[in-house]
Design a binder for this molecule. Structure first.
Ligand code: HEC
Ligand code: HEC
Length: 246
């Protein structure tokens, strides 16, 4: 961890005014939640790749519930990730994973926003999911339930389904990018370990939205969900149209 990054992030958090921290443009139910922003964002990182976030290690067996037809031969453990069945847009077979190599025919999680967190936790321990408590602790399960209930961000009205282009204020996005992201990702969003951000944002804006909102599993990247959905949309619009795709 680079020391200057810590300073930048600490300074940043001082400038987040209460108005900006208002989560009102995410989901209606988020307003009344007693769940902490920490728990919701951590739940988001578990949703992304729980075994990296909670450091339990990659599962060494295939997920028996993963549909065998058209099995996605991804990296080991991929079939245990929530996102692999329910999608980066949380819409399952109604969303981006309705077709292509990740298609599983799994339902989306929109209706689960109406369940209680206890009900969601029970679903994670059910026969379909079969997450044992050595895979997900009770705290992990609660964070996942809080994310599922309060943390889903819907950008279907701001993404063009065909071109995947996101509507947002690019000029604002540039300011956010250069002051928040560039310190780690560079002004061009290119780093040796990951695909260029310009490429990822054009291929999968939902994944980038999820990462910006919740952070990267077990990593130093901050979760920006409290800054609100518009900040994220502006960022993605800027990255899509201005950063190099390769
Ligand atoms: C192998 C595919 C698969 C994975 C991985 C998976 N799910 Fe599911 N999920 C399903 C299926 C199939 C259903 C519907 C049947 C059921 O509820 O058991 C479902 C249902 C749900 C529901 C209930 C939705 C509703 O409207 O009733 C919730 C909540 C849920 N999953 C959350 C999660 C979370 C959180 C994770 C990650 C920790 C996860 N799922 C991982 C396949 C998966
Ligand atoms: C404190 C440093 C830091 C900051 C600030 C930061 N990131 Fe990250 N980000 C990371 C690290 C580290 C990774 C993981 C890279 C890896 O896995 O090799 C990452 C991963 C990502 C990924 C996923 C890449 C992939 O292929 O999995 C995206 C997208 C992303 N960051 C976007 C952003 C955006 C947009 C911002 C600004 C809002 C931002 N990050 C701010 C450190 C940071």
């Amino acid at each position: 961890m680079n020391f200057s990054r810590i300073i930048t992030l600490a300074t940043l958090s001082l400038f987040i005014s209460p108005a900006m921290a208002d989560d009102s443009n995410t989901t209606a139910s988020a307003k009344s939640t007693k769940a902490s922003a920490y728990s919701i964002a951590r739940g988001g990182r578990l949703y992304d790749k729980w075994f990296k976030e909670n450091k339990t290690g990659t599962p060494d067996r295939a997920n028996p519930s993963y549909p065998q037809k058209g099995h996605y031969k991804g990296k080991k453990g991929a079939d245990w990730r929530c996102k692999e069945c329910h999608g980066w847009d949380y819409k399952g077979k109604e969303g981006a994973y309705r077709k292509g190599k990740h298609a599983t025919g799994t339902i989306g999680l929109q209706n689960a926003m109406n369940l209680s967190t206890d009900e969601i936790i029970n679903i994670l321990r059910n026969k379909t999911h079969a997450y044992s408590d050595s895979m997900l602790s009770n705290k992990d399960a609660l964070d996942l339930a809080n994310f599922t209930k309060y943390g889903q961000i819907d950008i279907s009205k701001q993404v063009d389904n065909k071109s995947k282009q996101v509507t947002g204020n690019e000029a604002q996005g540039k300011k956010y990018y250069e002051t928040i992201c560039a310190v780690c990702h560079g002004l061009d969003g290119k780093d040796e370990d990951t695909p260029p951000l310009g490429q990822l944002a054009n291929d999968n804006p939902w994944e980038v939205l999820h990462k910006i909102s919740n952070g990267q599993p077990n990593n130093e990247m901050p979760a920006l969900r409290t800054l609100g959905k518009q900040v994220t949309l502006d960022l993605i619009a800027y990255i899509q149209k201005n950063l190099p795709k390769k």
